[in-house]
Design a protein around this ligand. Structure first.
Ligand code: MLT
Length: 390
């Protein structure tokens, strides 16, 4: 019998991680109904194959690794220079000044968003509700105080700083937002930057879905003057270039943030051993002009899927948002169902797996998320089922 004292903050977490629970229910349904095909519009996992340019780069790098003169061992903790430069150039192509030495390569934004808690002392952590559950779960595990900002239909799912405490805090912004798809415009982000500068707060801006922006919303917080002195930006190739299984992302710690960048490097050196050479070469290729062109075709494909789903929701008069700057469609559960009740109804009656809004926070109750990261056949079939059965 163990007698160690365990981390008591775990007692404040929900029993299982959101997607573990949804997957469990889906697997159970599939085991009981093996003849029924479930259309998976739940977890935001991409389905289009990697771009040819990316695959070629991976093959070349794998071949290099098999030669004594091309072999690579441990990667540098912050990433190879060639990838940090490619990321900085990608920002430059969007008119944003980020230096290669401000970029820290990692295996995913999930790792970065959870790891950043190591840098925080005793401070409130401000988190929109609903949002990607990793921020709140990591905050609770680390014993920090969470202040939730309600993101509601009334505020367009984009909470403003007047809802935040008037003191130095760490603020998570996810724009475009997972799960609602709402993206801050320039004025909205500028308000957050002004608030952070006034209170001495740090913004952690998760831009993992920025490649989906088709409106004029900024695709980086650094488009806002002054943001480099108060914001870390996270980004990832998971959704933009299909790297969910390949794993490559980055955090930008601008020089203006002072000691924080050094602390992040110190943390990464102690806890992380770098991203595989082959993957970093693949990421470099994904960020090349040709790689971006090829990935853009996949993004356009997912956008068409989103429009198919949104069309049927409009036909049915079901309130929904998202699907424009984001691969996610956020809808009000029709009828009297709560989020999990609707999840079960969709799964059992329509054989469509989505994600209950309540899993993203209290204010997600009564909402439901569908992802457009499916095949176009599945999007058509899901739209048809919703047309007939919703
Ligand atoms: C989601 O479905 O919200 C995402 O797949 C989660 C993630 O990116 O880790």
């Amino acid at each position: 019998m163990l007698k160690i004292k365990t981390n008591e903050n775990f007692a404040s977490l929900s029993g299982s991680y959101l997607f573990t629970e949804t997957q469990r229910r889906i697997r159970l349904f599939e085991a009981e109904n093996p003849e029924k095909k479930v259309i998976k519009l739940g977890i935001g996992d991409v389905t289009r194959p990697l771009a040819p340019t990316v695959v070629e780069a991976m093959l070349r790098a794998a071949e290099e690794m098999g030669r004594a003169d091309g072999f690579h061992g441990y990667a540098p903790e912050a990433g190879y220079g060639f990838l940090r430069t490619a990321i900085a150039e990608n920002y430059a192509s969007r008119g944003v000044d980020v230096r290669p030495e401000e970029v820290y390569v990692s295996d995913g934004s999930k790792s970065d968003a959870s790891g950043i808690f190591d840098l925080f002392g005793d401070l409130p952590v401000v988190i929109p509700d609903p949002v990607y559950p990793v921020y709140a779960d990591s905050c609770v595990m680390s014993g920090k105080k969470v202040v939730y900002l309600p993101a509601t239909r009334e505020n367009g799912f984009l909470p403003t700083p007047d809802l935040a405490p008037d003191r130095a805090s760490a603020i998570f912004i996810c724009s475009p937002n997972n799960p609602t798809g709402a993206a801050y415009g320039t004025a909205g982000l500028a308000e957050w930057v002004a608030y952070a500068k006034r209170t001495g707060s740090l913004i952690v801006c998760d831009a993992a879905y920025s490649a989906f922006i088709s409106s004029d919303c900024p695709n980086s917080i650094y488009r806002i003057p002054g943001a480099k002195s108060c914001a870390v930006e996270l980004n990832s190739l998971s959704k933009s270039a299909g790297f969910t299984g390949t794993r490559c992302a980055w955090a930008v710690f601008p020089r203006e943030l002072g000691e924080l960048a050094g602390m992040w490097l110190r943390r990464q050196s102690a806890k992380f051993n770098g991203v595989a050479y082959v993957v970093q070469r693949a990421a470099e290729a994904a960020l090349s002009k040709q790689g971006m062109r090829e990935s853009e075709e996949n993004i356009a494909y997912y956008r068409r899927n989103a429009q198919k789903i949104c069309s049927v929701l409009s036909e049915k008069g079901i309130y929904h948002t998202g699907g424009i700057d984001s691969p996610y469609i956020w809808l009000k559960c029709p009828g009297t169902d709560d989020s999990w009740g609707f999840f079960d109804r969709m799964l059992h009656r329509l054989r469509i797996a989505g994600t209950p809004g309540a899993g993203f926070g209290k204010n997600g109750e009564g909402y439901f998320r569908l992802t457009a990261f499916c095949s176009d056949e599945d999007a058509d079939e899901a739209a048809e089922r919703m047309r007939k059965l919703l």
